[in-house]
Ligand binder design. Sequence first.
Ligand code: HMG
Ligand code: MG
Length: 301
Amino acid sequence: MALPTKVKMFEVGPRDGIQNEPNRVPTAVKVEFINRLSETGLQQIEIGAFVSPKVIPQMADSREVVAQIRKAPSVTYSTLVPNMKGFDQALEAGVEEIEIFGAVSEAFSQKNINCSIAESLDRFAPVCEAAKKHGIRVRAAVSCVLGCPYEGEIAPEKVAEVTEILYEMGSYEVALGDTIGTGTPEKTKRMLEAITKRVPVTKLSAHFHDTYGQALANIYAALEEGVAVVDSSVAGLGGCPYAKGATGNVASEDVLYMLNGMGIETGVDFDRLVDVGHFISEALGREVGSRAGLATLRKRA
Ligand code: HMG
Ligand code: MG
């Protein structure tokens, strides 16, 4: 298949990235981070999660974040919602898009959201109905699509089955999460072949973590299969609290550098994105976790 000519970059740094930071990130830093991301040309940014603050304390101020950011008209801001309680909070906060999140592994589902896959789908159904009623867009994310920290290998058919259910429930797009980054390119292709028998490829996003250094190769494989949406995290921030040792998402700067090199349009400004990666890394007291970002900063200096 020909590579897509345009790719939508879905930025997850303020949620997937920040949720795993060991030290509490002040609301003002998050707000400034999101405001700066909003000026890079990105169309979608995941900015928080209405989940249990006991489980994920780093997202406890999502309501304040939603209220305080400077909303750019060209950007859609998303927040994770696991159940009706989270939906009610998201609605009250005035979000325009929510993201339900499930898994293709029973063990991961239990650890992450404290219920089975079937129970999670039962929780998502009323969330999708309520969202529709209130004109809120629904996206879905599914974890462990290329391997589970507890169950190991996952059958592509299982991924296809859950993805189809989430899509049919009313999600306009399903992000396929390689939560622990164990996927490889051919495996990515086999998975997509199974899913696209049931869900159009235009409704899928690659949400790959870079734990084993495979994310860019896997994204390229996904692009070859027709996927044209990529989730990434500026400066490679992130991980998942229930996937021990999982490092960050693939870095947005690295994805953009690759897409620019292939002449694929994104509308995102590379230099501005590098600046934001630099800003948030300094604020968190860590080195920029993007190879392309770091190389650019060193060249500038
Ligand atoms: P539960 O214990 O089954 O929920 O947790 P419950 O309904 O039995 O309620 C227990 C307590 O939680 C109650 O409070 C509820 O009010 C409260 P208490 O009476 O004990 O004081 N509660 C809530 N509080 C705030 N917001 C809510 C909410 N719901 C119940 N929405 C629950 C179930 C899902 C809430 C919990 O397990 C949870 O919050 N999990 C968070 C999981 C999470 O955020 N994980 C990280 C994001 S997923 C990810 O990173 C993967 C992804 O990036 C893709 C990939 O890479 O694979 C998306
Ligand atoms: Mg993730």
